[in-house]
Design a protein around this ligand. Structure first.
Ligand SMILES: Nc1ncnc2c1ncn2[C@@H]1O[C@H](COP(=O)(O)OP(=O)(O)OP(=O)(O)O)[C@@H](O)[C@H]1O
Ligand SMILES: [Mg+2]
Length: 488
């Protein structure tokens, strides 16, 4: 017997088709049109994979999924969804579904998902089951990734280690939770966020917390490779495929076999390559450039972009079908200015790192310097913060980082009187309500003006029009706030 597959759908013609396909392929099936009956069978029968519809009278697909996650954590659950309800499929994946198939589905789609699910079931059988059943799958994650203590501590989220990503904001905690839930599944992830927000870091943590952790994590930056070379980079080539192909070479898909392929800046992939990529994602097979034999791979795809890929798809610059295929689990990383709570934690983290890297012994940062770092809008996000701190640590003479070491554009955010504190914290902070309001307003004005100037590369006329000020008005503000006057 290849495996026993339990199928649940209230529509008899659907279960009929699935049963026929599976039995023809040599699987045994248990078929239910009543989901309550199916739940009882899951508990009493020897089942290896569950395939269930989402919406049915009685317990729905989500309840089946929850029941399995709680009582049979090794049992992969595949969801059947109707075309156009990708969102519910995604939320099922977040709750631990193994994968989903969309109605109407092709025979090959169904068989390939079942085959993968069955392999996962057997793999999970070999892993230790811990007493706390809810966590068993997650603890095995720890075992395979060698991870220590988890940071994601929500009740229904797995214990995983995301030690390299710092963040206490609600948005980052939410991201940790999602990583915990989806790391183990083979589902495609699309990470979306501005430059420097940590997309690559998140991609790597997904890999490190998956059962693929000891397999390769291969990266390809679609923006950095000329479009004529992308195909051979991704799929490899055979000797003589083109002028200069003196030998044959495997592509990134082959190198990533059994592991994870990180497609960075995926929005930059040429349209003609997108078709080829779509095929590999659907069929997990391809040919090398100039090659004839078909190569099969098992690769988990994590893609990243700093563009709004849905808008790109609407504008015809990105294939819509590929967008949906990539966007199974979307993870949006908000820019740093939208999660300022993380700044202090990041500052402490990077200061410790640079202490050891640069052999320094920084023990503190002055409140004024920290305040300015928090007030700044960080267009380059965490990468910019990291670089700024490295420079500050390098420049500092004493054990305390003060406003003296702040980069100019950030020091400009401090009130002119206290633009450079000495670290001895002589109290110049505003006391009256009016002063506090004035200071806050100035900080806000500074931030907005800095941003507008940055966006217009210092063009005062254009910055003024963004801000809704006259050119003269903006010049006066720049002077009043003691901002560095840009060259214009
Ligand atoms: N939450 C975080 N905690 C600690 N370090 C972080 C965090 N986010 C980002 N970093 C660090 O910031 C730098 C930039 O991160 P990363 O390369 O992952 O960003 P990215 O979103 O891929 O940027 P780009 O779009 O420019 O490629 C890296 O050095 C990374 O280690
Ligand atoms: Mg990156």
């Amino acid at each position: 017997m290849k495996g026993q597959i339990l199928v649940i759908d209230d529509e008899k013609n659907i279960t009929f088709v699935i049963q026929a396909i599976l039995e023809r392929a040599g699987y045994e099936t248990l078929v239910y049109n009543d989901s309550s009956e199916a739940l009882r069978a899951i508990d009493s029968e020897d089942v290896n994979v569950v395939i269930t519809d989402l919406y049915m009278p009685g317990p729905g697909g989500m309840e089946i999924l929850e029941h399995c996650a709680k009582n049979h954590p090794q049992l992969p659950v595949v969801i059947i969804t109707a075309y156009g309800t990708v969102e519910s499929a995604v939320s099922a994946l977040k709750r631990g579904a193994f994968d989903f198939i969309t109605k109407p589905f092709e025979q090959t789609d169904l068989l390939s998902v079942v085959q993968k699910a069955l392999a996962t079931y057997h793999q999970r059988q070999k892993e230790p089951i811990f007493l706390d059943r809810d966590l068993s799958r997650d603890t095995s994650l720890e075992a395979t990734s060698g991870a220590a203590k988890g940071t994601a501590s929500h009740q229904d989220s797995p214990t995983i280690s995301i030690s390299s990503i710092v963040g206490s904001s609600a948005q980052m905690q939410e991201i940790f939770k999602v990583i915990g839930k989806i790391a183990a599944s083979p589902s495609t992830v699309l990470i979306w966020g501005e430059s420097g927000t940590g997309k690559e870091l998140v991609a790597f943590e997904i890999h490190r917390n998956s059962s693929r952790a000891d397999k390769p994590f291969i990266k390809i930056n679609c923006a950095a490779i000329p479009s004529t070379l992308i195909e051979s980079e991704l799929f490899g080539y055979e000797k003589g495929a083109f002028t200069g192909a003196v030998g044959s070479k495997p592509g990134r898909f082959e190198l990533a076999h059994d592991g994870t392929l990180f497609l960075d800046e995926v929005a930059e992939m040429p349209l003609e390559m997108q078709v080829k990529l779509l095929r590999v994602l659907q069929e997990q097979e391809f040919e090398r450039v100039g090659g004839v034999s078909t190569i099969k791979v098992d690769v988990r795809i994590v893609a990243a972009t700093n563009k709004d890929l849905e808008a790109e798809a609407r504008a015809g610059r990105f294939r819509e079908d590929l967008f949906y295929r990539l966007n199974v689990v979307p993870i949006h990383i908000p820019p740093l200015r939208e999660r300022k709570q993380d700044i202090e934690l990041l500052v402490r983290y990077f200061l410790r790192q640079f202490n050891s890297k640069l052999k320094k012994e920084i023990t503190a940062i002055s409140p004024q310097a920290l305040e300015a770092l928090i007030a700044y809008h960080w267009p380059g996000n965490i990468r910019q913060l990291e670089n700024a701190l490295e420079r500050m640590v390098l420049m500092s003479d004493g054990a305390v980082i003060t406003a003296h070491e702040l980069p100019e554009e950030i020091a400009a955010l401090l009130p002119p009187s206290g633009a450079a504190d000495s670290g001895d914290d002589s109290d110049q902070s505003p006391t009256t309500f009016k002063e506090k309001v004035k200071k806050q307003t100035q900080t806000l004005e500074r931030g907005l003006i800095e941003k507008a100037l940055e966006e217009t590369s210092g063009n005062v006329t254009r910055a003024a029009s963004i801000l809704g000020l006259s050119r003269k008005g903006l010049q006066l503000k720049i002077k009043e706030l003691g901002l560095k006057r840009p060259l214009d």
